[in-house]
Ligand binder design. Structure first.
Ligand SMILES: C[S@@+](CC[C@H](N)C(=O)[O-])C[C@H]1O[C@@H](n2cnc3c(N)ncnc32)[C@H](O)[C@@H]1O
Length: 198
């Protein structure tokens, strides 16, 4: 994984800046029914979370990187914690939605983060996450998807979600402005919405 403490100062402008963040937040907002309390896993610099707030949600965030959280503190003061998505410092059933943009592909195993997301979600709440990031980049570069297993693969996430009462119920996508690789176009990132049943 990248050293996000070192990335932090350059992260926003190298990841498409506000255009990418707004596109991502708008995709999340489309899949979260109504304003509520949203836990943003891997909140990073808070650039996406800040736009979710503009859309009317109350956002709290966790991240492993102190450097990223220092940037996010300008945007979400007092609503951040340094924590692993696989061990959330929150009680059960306390948030309306959990979001994860560009997190699960970084993990060796997405299951602990999914289990924790299900635990902190109220019944009927939504877990909304990006998926199949590598496939999005391959397609945008004119390559077919490969069949390497990935921690953020749509089929795997659907299976793991169901194990914890999170049922795939909606999907959308957003354009990754500024994320094109040499000779390619900006990728279209899939976003999946899982509803907590029970
Ligand atoms: C690609 S950045 C995405 C940041 C933000 N979601 C965005 O879209 O701008 C990935 C972030 O995940 C964080 N991260 C990686 N593994 C994590 C984990 N197990 N728990 C919490 N955060 C993690 C990194 O520190 C980094 O800030």
């Amino acid at each position: 994984m990248l050293d996000y403490d070192r990335e932090a100062a350059h992260y926003d402008h190298t990841r498409g800046g506000l255009s990418r963040a707004r596109a991502a937040a708008s995709a999340l907002d489309r899949l979260i029914p109504g304003p509520g309390v949203v836990l943003d896993l891997a909140v990073g610099t808070g650039i996406v979370a800040a736009d979710l707030e503009t859309a009317g949600h109350r956002v709290i965030g966790v991240d492993l990187s102190a450097g990223m959280l220092a940037q996010a503190a300008r945007r979400l003061p007092g609503r951040l914690a340094r924590a692993d998505a696989a061990a959330l410092p929150l009680p059960g059933s306390c948030v309306d939605a959990v979001t994860a943009v560009w997190l699960l592909h970084l993990l060796d195993d997405a299951e602990p983060a999914i289990a924790e997301s299900a635990r902190v979600l109220r019944p009927g709440g939504w877990f909304v996450t990006t998926a199949d990031k590598a496939a999005a980049h391959r397609i945008a570069s004119g390559l077919p998807p490969d069949d390497r297993p990935r921690a953020d693969g749509c089929a795997l996430l659907t299976t793991l979600g169901a194990r914890y009462g999170l049922h795939l119920a909606a999907a959308t996508s957003f354009i990754g402005f500024g994320q094109a690789r040499a000779g390619g176009s900006d990728p279209m990132y899939p976003v999946l919405g899982f509803r907590r049943i029970g």
